[in-house]
Write a protein that binds this ligand. Sequence first.
Ligand SMILES: *Cc1c(COP(=O)(O)O)cnc(C)c1O
Length: 475
Amino acid sequence: MASSCLSFNASVSPNHDLFRRHPSSPLLRHRPVLISCTSPADGNNTTTPIETITKPRRTENTIRDDARLQRSTAANPFSARYVPFNAPPGSSEQYSLDEIVYRSRSGGLLDVEHDMEALKRFDGAYWRDLFDSRVGKSTWPYGSGVWSKKEWVLPEIDDDDIVSAFEGNSNLFWAERFGKKFLGMNDLWVKHCGISHTGSFKDLGMTVLVSQVNRLRKMKRPVVGVGCASTGDTSAALSAYCASAGIPSIVFLPANKISMAQLVQPIANGAFVLSIDTDFDGCMKLIREITAELPIYLANSLNSLRLEGQKTAAIEILQQFDWQVPDWVIVPGGNLGNIYAFYKGFKMCQELGLVDRIPRMVCAQAANANPLYLHYKSGWKDFKPMTASTTFASAIQIGDPVSIDRAVYALKKCDGIVEEATEEELMDAMAQADSTGMFICPHTGVALTALFKLRNRGVIAPTDRTFYNKLSSKV
Ligand SMILES: *Cc1c(COP(=O)(O)O)cnc(C)c1O
């Protein structure tokens, strides 16, 4: 077994030589980070500090206090609001982000619209440098891959209200052997969004939503708790972020349709868990009724705040590639919020001059839950929700996707494609990927099947720089 390395914050005893080195500054303590390695070769579980990194700080200050001290007194030039999604020109309907509203007056979806003119006062190079300068630091709240783009996410929230586990900044790696062996590709990459606090990319959206709820509660808005319907990963993320902020959470899960790993998380985090004898779409209907009647905030991706966090994964892909634009990005889709979030992230980078184009995107669905695929195949003619059948890719077993309009919009704008994967195809793709050391989840198997099909048809060329998203680390 490989040795495991842990890093953790620990206080050091006063006679530690760190203190002796700075006897003249009693108010200054050091923030010690002990990086310790335990390996079976040690023979026991004692930890051996191999390195100690310190940074001067005031004894009584937390990183939140440090952020407060650094806060600029200049007025914040950036803002955002809710508008109807894809509103007709001339529409004046808009809402403050501090209002509790999920749908437009006509019942349509909402979108978070940023004051792009204010953002455009700074050029692309400014934003690239700013975002790059924040990566990998422990500065509150910028140590998070989401909040390092705060001006583009929730520009007006006070740093003090943010609830974050420093999510994001997820690994990006080259699928060298898999690309060469099975696809004849030399520039195939994996964005592993599942390397995250609760093990899925849902953390990216949830930090934004729970932070805003935290703000609303401090403003004495009537929010007694936060609720969601979930195929598993959303409830894990919601319950963890709520628990971390001390906010009650309630989750509706379809009975016997989620993995044990996903069920354990909300229970352990102290959420009120209801296992209901229906499918995801049935749970979604119930939570919408309950959040309409009771002061419980709706955390599903119908809520456009989630997408503001999720779009940062797209910005990160560009950033990790030194702001070069890939040719293709493949995303598995269920409720279809994420495919739009990726589009939005790429599009903002183009509009604000960080890059000059956007990639083409592929949305991959399980053949057992493929309403978007059928809609695409019909030439976007008429959309028909369906009853999804069981699939190993349980997080995308959704027949009536909430964000259908967002997905269609995104795919049309980026010249996108929709593909599907049967159970056999997705399992084969998983086995092939695993044979090159990938250890992927079934949703990624769906994305890989789409990649196989598009390569075989010659749509994706051997040298196209292509990304696929591994959205969960739970199998
Ligand atoms: C949520 C989820 C998806 C689907 O994202 P949507 O926004 O619902 O389309 C795909 N894979 C995993 C692992 C997920 O948790």
